[in-house]
Write a protein that binds this ligand. Structure first.
Ligand SMILES: *[C@@H]1O[C@H](CO)[C@@H](O)[C@H](O)[C@H]1NC(C)=O
Length: 224
């Protein structure tokens, strides 16, 4: 009986450690020096409009760039960040995920009290430049990525500082121009990034195991 109990204890302690590590990762914020630089396609009339570009390594469909939000239980999950430079006037931000998930974008350059966090399934936001150099961090909202890794396409278009009416410039931007629009608005799965096996009720199972761990640990300590 004691022997079985000890095995349970060891299992429980391991689970607790696994959960502590995970909690650290969840709070991780990217260091601005780890951010990749946004590489703009400056001439919009040269955008790649071939749907095949979505599945090509280094493809730039409609000028977008690809990155991945790691599966939430991935021990090495990163916080993807992108730095945009030369932001003088307005910036048109567009993001699309695959599979569709609620993604958040946050300007981590601006003071935490005033920065804005935008979370949507498809993001289209045309706003005044917060600063000449802006670092944006991407994250998943809630449990949006707890079934698999999520690819996301992102694009930043800067208005020409010479534009006299930047709000009109924003108004005239095409807010439907996402990579999936190259398929006549029928989203097609991107097959490039790895996808973790899915499991139903992941977070419920995790909560249950954490509760069980805590319970067993308390008993273990009480018996010492
Ligand atoms: C953008 O590209 C098009 C097509 O290659 C070209 O005709 C046009 O002159 C370019 N515009 C600028 C501002 O470079």
């Amino acid at each position: 009986m004691d022997h079985i109990y000890c095995q349970w204890m060891l299992f429980a302690v391991l689970l607790v450690y696994a959960h502590l590590g995970q909690a650290d990762d969840c709070e991780a914020q990217c260091a601005p020096e780890d951010a990749k630089a946004w590489d703009p396609v400056r001439n919009e009339s040269t955008y790649d409009r071939d749907p095949a570009s979505i599945n090509q390594p280094d493809g730039r469909p409609l000028g977008y760039q690809l990155d991945t939000l790691d599966y939430i239980n991935d021990a090495n999950a990163r916080s993807p960040c992108v730095t945009v430079t030369g932001c003088i006037n307005y910036v048109d931000i567009m993001v699309e995920t695959d599979p569709l998930a609620r993604i958040c974008i946050e300007d981590i350059t601006t003071d935490a009290a005033t920065r804005e966090l935008i979370c949507q399934e498809r993001i289209s936001s045309c706003v005044p430049c917060p600063s000449e150099e802006v670092t944006y961090q991407f994250s998943c909202q809630g449990s949006s990525c707890d079934q698999s890794a999520v690819n996301f396409w992102f694009r930043f278009v800067l208005s020409d500082p010479a534009v006299l009416d930047p709000e009109l410039w924003c108004f005239n931007r095409n807010t439907d121009e996402y990579p999936s629009s190259l398929y006549n608005n029928v989203p097609v799965p991107v097959t490039r990034a790895k996808t973790m096996p899915t499991g139903r009720g992941t977070s419920l199972g995790a909560t249950f195991s954490l509760t069980l761990c805590a319970f067993l640990t308390v008993i273990f300590i009480a018996r010492q």
